[in-house]
Design a protein around this ligand. Structure first.
Ligand code: IPE
Ligand code: IPE
Ligand code: MG
Length: 243
């Protein structure tokens, strides 16, 4: 009997290739980022429609500050524009928005916008949309470690209380289902300091397609490939079929 296709609960995407997409068209890289935002809209809507519970998008890495200031400010302006423009719609569609990453480096105005957006949607029960902004997987492990260390120094816990679970509970998205599938567009085969702790047993899918060209059909293709993977989590296959 044919198994039903299983939809991953949590998909995380490294949306790469905007710059090259623009360069291929002799356009400024910022044009590629704007085209990338259009793909974000389509993919968010599609993810919700097929029953994905959590979608995590890598928008700006902790290393992306290394880019020319004009590109950094274009990216931040686009983030502000998207927050302003999309919030109503996201809220109407029952999406809960979270920003993960070190937002303390952003302007006060942007930090306020982020907090307002999170507040506005916090009771929504549909898709959870995490946007990783000034996010680094190493930063995440570090911030968790600092919180735990503070607890030890305050005498709230002892060294022996520090377990994987305890560290994991301070990591971004700990309250959400584990990441099942990581997709990277743009042709590179690396993680680029995206989620580290959280992808210990995620399935990885890489495609050469540049992010602005990514479509619902290509997303479907990634999910189909995910369905062919045997997830053993270090064990052996059992008869039980689970996603
Ligand atoms: C990904 O596209 C978006 C961000 C990093 C913000 P890039 O800008 O990295 O595009 P390429 O990889 O240079 O084509
Ligand atoms: C990863 O892409 C970051 C985002 C998609 C936001 P990069 O373009 O920054 O990654 P590298 O530099 O190719 O590793
Ligand atoms: Mg890139």
């Amino acid at each position: 009997m044919k198994q039903e296709r299983c939809v991953p609960r949590h998909v995380a995407i490294i949306m790469d290739g905007n710059g090259r997409w623009a360069q291929q068209r002799n356009q400024l890289r910022a044009v590629g980022h704007r085209a990338g935002l259009k793909t974000v809209r389509k993919i968010v809507t599609y993810a919700a429609s097929i029953g994905i519970k959590v979608l995590t998008l890598y928008a700006f890495s902790s290393e992306n500050w290394k880019r020319p200031p004009t590109e950094v400010s274009a990216l931040i302006s686009l983030f502000i524009y998207a927050l302003k423009r999309e919030m109503k719609n996201l809220n109407k569609n029952n999406v809960r928005l979270n920003i993960i990453g070190d937002i303390s480096r952003f302007s006060y105005q942007l930090q306020q916008m982020i907090s307002n957006a999170e507040q506005l949607t916090k009771n929504n029960s549909g898709l959870v949309l995490n946007i990783a902004a000034n996010y680094g997987g190493r930063w995440d492990i570090l911030q968790s470690t600092k919180k735990i260390t503070t607890k030890v120094l305050n005498g709230e816990i002892t060294l022996d209380d520090i377990t994987e679970e305890c560290l994991g509970l301070e990591m971004s998205m700990h309250e959400l289902p584990d990441v099942d599938l990581v997709i990277r567009t743009g042709g590179d085969y690396r993680i680029s300091n995206f989620l580290l702790w959280q992808i210990a047993y995620s399935e990885l899918y890489f495609t050469d397609i540049l992010w602005p060209d990514f479509t619902q059909a290509l997303f479907d293709e990634a999910i189909n490939v995910f369905n062919t993977r045997e997830r053993r989590f270090g064990g052996i296959l059992t008869q039980e079929h689970s996603c």
